[in-house]
Design a protein around this ligand. Structure first.
Ligand code: FES
Length: 147
């Protein structure tokens, strides 16, 4: 098996693990709430964020969708929890560049998120992978506007 083949299967395992055992599943009370769907398939995400003093102190998600959209939501909540807003947005930018096959800032540790790299080869699935991230960005920007 080629190196790429085994890396692909490792990545697939990481994605399936997040899909089957999602991290931060649920909904937070008194939080920033963002609902978003992927118009092409109808899959949806319900994201709740707690933002205090410029930091994402907690994040949870709920929703329905394919393995990629749900695994990505799980990874996203894991990655942004405890980060300041600026870092969360930077992560989102890096992720979006990675998905589009562009150069991305790898100075921030993407951790499990890197497992989604292979999705960039399947343009139709990129929207699946970025759904939760778009919801997070929308939430943070709406919060910034009200401050
Ligand atoms: Fe709907 Fe992936 S098929 S988000």
């Amino acid at each position: 098996m080629s190196f790429n083949g085994s890396l692909d299967s490792l990545y697939r395992q990481v994605i399936m693990d997040h899909y089957k055992n999602p991290r931060n599943k649920g909904s937070l009370e008194d939080s920033l709430t963002i609902d978003m769907n992927n118009p092409t398939c109808g899959d949806r995400i319900h994201l709740t964020l707690q933002v205090n003093d410029g930091k994402v102190t907690d994040a949870k998600f709920d929703g329905e969708g394919c393995s990629i959209s749900m695994a990505s939501a799980s990874m996203m909540t894991q990655a942004i929890k405890g980060q300041d807003i600026e870092t969360a947005l930077k992560l989102s930018k890096s992720f979006s560049n990675m998905m589009q096959g562009k150069d991305y800032d790898d100075s921030i540790d993407l951790g499990d998120i890197e497992a989604l790299q292979g999705v960039s080869k399947f343009p139709a699935r990129i929207k699946c992978a970025t759904l939760a991230w778009k919801a997070m960005e929308k939430g943070i920007r709406s919060q910034e506007e009200t401050n």
